[in-house]
Design a protein around this ligand. Structure first.
Ligand SMILES: [Zn+2]
Length: 424
């Protein structure tokens, strides 16, 4: 066992060293230590057995290329080989981030639906950036994601298994998160990652697994050959409309049973499609991350604050009046902000997210006379045009009336957006 003692100096490739302070945790592959690097506290993942030259070179290459986005707790330094092994140094995970598995076990819960949606968006964005950089993730599971339950911010860890697409790290992911073609022995790529992304998103929203229903419950013992069936050759979505043999079981899959119909139809339809026999068999027809982001945007548009109870609730966009999920009172959702194919129902206190950075750009308010307003909470001024062609500027933190017919031009991260207020 290549364990390291407190006070040991470990030399870094390219100069310098880290000093072992204490063990933070261990898994099958290695031990994570708290280390000191020139006075900074960092984490060192140290492999129990040397994973080999190819692995070392890949890690080195990933360090040189840098993190695809700030969603990744990316390797920053690699050590020299000593004591028959090596390791890599990364930033410490902040203590307010919890393992995704803890959310699934309800040990940790999201503070709000807003935070849950922010997490979904951040995961999609992280995967998009990863694939744009030519990588595939390979070993995806609920132990790789750490989420801040208050904000929904996500950190993706264990990035040592990230490889260029078409290459195999040799470290197999967990069957529960693998695409059927990988369970059957294929090489992970962006398409299999896209499948895994849909699984992660499903679990994020519904806190149950999309393929674990009656058939899996009836299984006497989860052997490797059963695993290959349930997640591979015979994978059946629990809400497959054409096959009801694997429905969720009452008392066991309560979360998904409770949430399936409470969450928007758009989500249900998307998962039904992504987990259909067709998409399971044809990897290159799966939803790309960019489209997932559009869908998360639309789902977020359907989340409003109930004017009666002040709680978050989903509404169906086709309806101009909806029932609150919490208090059951009717919510008028006829006033909308239109942005391309998106429609954002406006109710007081609802936050408006235009782009996908998880930072609200506007907020609906009500003045003392009961007139609905929109506050510009973005850093740049908005240009508002009335139906008669008058143009006004709404400064950051300023307000404008939420009046049908008004057009808004705004810029976020250098992208132009054109919005219009309508009443359905
Ligand atoms: Zn309510």
């Amino acid at each position: 066992m290549a364990e390291l003692n407190r006070g040991t100096k470990v030399a870094l490739q390219g100069g310098g060293y880290v000093v072992i302070k204490k063990e933070l945790g261990r898994g099958g592959q290695g031990i994570v230590y708290l280390v000191d690097l020139d006075g900074a506290q960092m984490a060192l993942k140290w492999y129990l057995t040397d994973p080999g030259d190819k692995f070392y070179r890949n890690l080195e290459r990933n360090i040189n290329s840098g993190a695809p986005s700030d969603a990744f707790l990316w390797p920053e330094y690699i050590t020299k080989r000593e004591n028959g092994s090596f390791g890599y140094v990364m930033k410490l995970r902040p203590t307010n981030y919890y393992e995704f598995g803890n959310f699934l076990l309800a040990k940790v819960t999201f503070k709000s639906v807003t935070a849950m949606l922010a997490a979904a968006m951040k995961i999609c964005d992280g995967f998009m950036m990863l694939h744009r950089h030519g990588y595939s993730y390979q070993d995806l599971n609920d132990g790789n994601f750490f989420i801040d339950p208050r904000t929904g911010d996500v950190l993706i860890c264990d990035n040592d298994n990230v490889m260029p697409q078409g290459e195999k790290s040799g470290i197999m992911g967990k069957a529960r998160y693998m695409a059927p073609e990988i369970v059957d022995g294929g090489v992970p790529d962006k398409y299999s990652d896209q499948f895994s992304l849909s699984v992660i998103l499903f679990m994020l929203f519904y806190a149950n697994h999309p393929f674990e229903g009656a058939r899996v419950v009836a299984c006497p013992c989860m052997t490797e050959s059963f695993e290959k069936k349930f997640y591979g050759s015979e994978a059946t979505f629990i809400y497959n409309p054409n096959n009801d043999t694997n429905r969720p079981v009452r008392g066991i899959h309560q979360n998904v049973i409770r949430r399936w119909n409470a969450f928007p139809k758009l989500l249900r339809d998307t998962f039904i499609e992504q987990f259909s026999e067709d998409k399971l068999r044809k990897p290159n027809t799966r939803l790309i991350e960019m489209r997932w982001k559009d869908i998360i945007n639309k789902v977020r548009d359907e989340m409003v604050i109930c004017p009666s109870c002040g709680e978050e609730t989903f509404v169906e966009i086709q309806e101009t009046s909806n029932q609150c999920m919490n208090c059951g009172k009717t919510i008028d959702t006829s006033l909308r902000l239109i942005l391309g194919t998106r429609e954002l129902p406006l109710t007081p206190k609802t936050e408006i997210y235009i782009d996908t950075d998880n930072i609200p750009d506007g907020k609906v308010a009500m003045d003392s006379a009961g007139i609905m307003l929109i506050q510009n909470v973005s850093p740049d001024a908005w240009i508002v045009e009335t139906q008669s062609g008058k143009v006004k500027q709404v400064e950051p933190q300023g307000y404008m009336p939420a009046k049908p017919g008004l057009k808004i031009k705004l810029k976020i991260h250098n992208v132009d957006y054109n919005l219009e207020i309508t009443k359905k």
